[in-house]
Design a binder for this molecule. Structure first.
Ligand SMILES: C[S@@+](CC[C@H](N)C(=O)[O-])C[C@H]1O[C@@H](n2cnc3c(N)ncnc32)[C@H](O)[C@@H]1O
Length: 422
């Protein structure tokens, strides 16, 4: 087999996997995945690894936290589908990363369209430019700047996409959006992330979600950085606090104390609830995030060949990464744990438990188990029936009083978000 046909084969396999995982049937997205050579955007990897449906970290900060990556192709496909791209459109991307997503978008909008991609790190932008040129897309404009300002010289844009987690909608993106524009962002909802496609409301004064999908992106840095903070408890294991370093009980988080709590055996609480890992992450995670000020999430990196660590029983345990959700205060932390059960028929299920660590572990574990049971009693609601409305502070529009009563209101510097079930 020649090198060319083997790369074609790798790409065909990736396309088949992405279409199956994402459920996307758009032939333009499939054609872009088929034609754009992802290995040229990840030149440090053997091509076989570049064509796996995985996110690949390409840069870390001094503390070892990932700050740039090529996102998982399946979630890229889902967000491109949400973006409803068409030939001839002008597109602005926040978060150039490797440049691969910009190339996919350039493939879809074609030579009559334009793609501008902004990255806050000049070295990342330089490499994205090189990758795009080597892959045959030298006309994508890559800008090294804080994406919060958009890119006025290329405006107005028919489509705006952030491929980095945001907690606010930058006024510049809205001003630079053409009439009829669509804006797709991974929006932080108290630590849970939702890929939200926004379109203008009928009045034009605010933005309403047209579609929502679960996602997980690294967070935006710079002037629009959100309040969430990640604390490393030990190498590879970190906790993400949606509201910053001050816990709900008013104390500052102490990572060393949390690590010491988690090194001791936990108090375990059964819940009697079964769910799939997708339901846990995009249903229960969101339920916890919106109902308990103490909510947090934990992730543990698992380099190949190492044995599972403290999150050995996490409900999400992929090769390379384990993740769970929980609640935390200054005296302890409780996390969701799970045992996989293979029912005689149907998809694999998780039997959910709560594990409470530290002096407050029993109280927190019992509270977490009660949340799981309440979520189950409510029918295990997920992200699919959510609606997110975004009200720019510069607009006279206000959240509808008929939904405001049962909506979660998220107040950000530039935008008020109302999150509610439809
Ligand atoms: C997940 S990566 C983007 C993946 C990329 N679209 C690709 O196809 O490879 C997120 C990127 O957002 C960038 N970023 C973070 N904060 C930013 C900001 N304020 N403005 C622009 N880029 C930012 C990071 O440097 C990182 O490269």
């Amino acid at each position: 087999m020649t090198e060319g046909t083997s790369l074609t084969g790798l790409r065909e396999r990736l396309v088949a996997e992405v279409l199956q995982t994402s459920g996307i049937g758009d032939e333009r997205i499939a054609a872009a995945l088929r034609d754009v050579p992802r290995h040229l955007f990840l030149p440090h990897l053997p091509p076989e690894d570049a064509y796996l449906d995985d996110a690949i970290v390409t840069k870390r900060d001094a503390g070892g936290q990932p700050i740039s990556s090529s996102s998982q192709p399946a979630i890229m496909a889902i967000m491109l589908d949400q973006l409803t791209l068409a030939a001839g459109q002008r597109v602005l991307e926040i978060g150039a990363g490797t440049g691969y997503n910009a190339a996919l978008m350039r493939h879809i909008v074609g030579p009559s369209g334009t793609v501008v991609s902004v990255d806050i790190d000049a070295d990342v932008a330089d490499r994205a430019r090189e990758h795009l040129a080597s892959a045959g897309y030298p006309d994508v404009t890559v800008v090294a700047a804080d994406g919060a300002e958009g890119y006025p010289p290329g405006a107005p844009y028919d489509r705006v996409i952030a491929t980095v987690g945001v907690s606010d909608l930058a006024p510049a993106w809205l001003h630079q959006a053409a009439p009829g524009a669509r804006i797709v962002v991974p929006l932080d909802v108290r630590g849970s992330q939702l890929a939200v496609a926004f379109g203008r409301s009928g009045s034009g004064g605010h933005w309403v979600s047209r579609s929502i999908a679960p996602c997980g992106f690294m967070r935006m840095r710079g002037s629009l950085a959100g309040p969430e903070r990640t604390v490393v408890l030990q190498p590879g294991l970190s906790v993400m606090l949606p509201d910053g370093l001050t816990l709900a009980d008013g104390h500052e988080v102490d990572g060393a104390a949390l690590a010491a709590f988690m090194a001791e055996p936990p108090a375990g609480f059964g819940t009697g609830v079964r769910a799939s890992s997708v339901q846990v992450f995009w249903g229960l995670g969101l339920w916890l995030a919106t109902r308990d000020r103490r909510s947090c999430s934990l992730t543990e990196e698992r380099p190949a060949g190492t044995s599972p660590g403290l999150l050995a029983r996490a409900p999400l345990a992929d090769t390379g990464l384990a993740a769970t959700a929980g609640i935390v205060d200054s005296g302890g932390i409780a996390v969701l744990t799970a045992d996989e059960i293979a029912p005689a028929a149907g998809p694999r299920q998780l039997a959910l438990e709560a594990a409470g660590f530290g002096p407050h572990g029993a109280e927190l574990g019992a509270a977490l188990a009660a949340h799981v049971q309440a979520w189950d009693a409510a029918g295990q609601p997920g992200a699919a029936r959510l609606q997110v409305d975004a009200y720019p502070r510069s607009s006279a529009d206000e959240p509808d009083p008929s939904t405001a009563g049962h909506a979660l209101l998220i107040e950000r510097a530039a935008t008020r978000f109302a999150v509610h079930h439809t």
